[in-house]
Design a protein around this ligand. Structure first.
Ligand code: HPA
Length: 237
């Protein structure tokens, strides 16, 4: 049952898939968090693995960057491989005060600069997270003592917008927590195929903090987010 972008059999992929942008991060998760991981896809280097986590079968796969790339993999996972739950784990820029590097944002909804929904509705579609995934992840992140915020994100088509573009300022004025590049594609596909989705983002850069994450911060906050996503997914597979 291969698709143009995923060469695998239906049963090779679990009901729940963690979806980082970077395929090498998918391999890192498989190597460090899953037992007996098996590679199910390497078409275009978009590595996907299935293994065991705390006694249950889970998968992890890269999505690539941006809504067009991510939407291809997400649509094929939902439509052709019977995947029921996808949790995107990504990094984002923070646009709000007091949520600096290492904070966790749970995307309740994803606004977007993308055109994907502009042509198919006679109004503005609102891509939302699955509430049960969101609630579970929120309660688990509080229990872990994470600095977490739930709200609206921006999925931008541009990593490098024009400097000082006033339109970006408007997103900030309306309380958008931060910016990344895939969430609206995930939530739209989940709502279209009647499946569950959630996006968890770790803040990797902020408007006030010039510094980058240190390698240690990157590793620990990444590992925390991976564990939060795995433990949340565990409840749904
Ligand atoms: N913009 C878009 N995507 C991102 C960013 C950003 O500043 N940081 C991490 N992912």
């Amino acid at each position: 049952m291969s698709t143009p972008h995923i060469r695998a059999e239906k049963g090779d992929i679990a009901k729940g898939v963690l979806l980082p942008g970077d395929p090498r991060r998918a391999k890192y998760i498989a190597d460090n968090f899953l037992e007996d991981p098996v590679l199910f896809n390497d078409v275009r280097g978009m590595l996907g693995f299935t293994g065991m986590y705390k006694g249950k079968r889970l998968s992890v796969m890269g999505s690539g960057m941006g809504i067009p790339s991510a939407s291809i993999y997400i649509s094929e996972l939902y439509k052709f491989f019977d995947v029921e739950n996808i949790i995107r784990i990504g990094t984002c820029g923070s646009w709000i005060d007091n949520y600096g590097i290492g904070s966790v944002f749970l995307a309740q909804g994803c606004s977007t600069t993308s055109n994907i929904n502009r042509k198919i509705f006679n109004g503005t579609f609102c891509p939302l997270a699955d509430f049960s995934l969101l609630r579970t992840a929120y309660l688990k992140s509080i229990a872990l003592g994470k600095k977490v915020k739930v709200g609206n994100m921006l999925s931008s088509d541009l990593f490098y917008p024009l400097a000082d573009d006033p339109k970006f300022e408007n997103w900030k004025k309306f309380g958008i927590m931060g910016v990344e590049m895939e969430g609206a594609g995930l939530y739209t596909a989940a709502m279209r195929f009647k499946k569950r989705a959630l996006m968890i983002c770790t803040v990797s850069d902020t408007k006030t903090d010039e510094r980058d994450m240190t390698p240690e911060e990157r590793e620990t906050s990444l590992n925390d987010m991976i564990e939060l996503a795995l433990d949340t997914m565990w409840e749904f597979v």
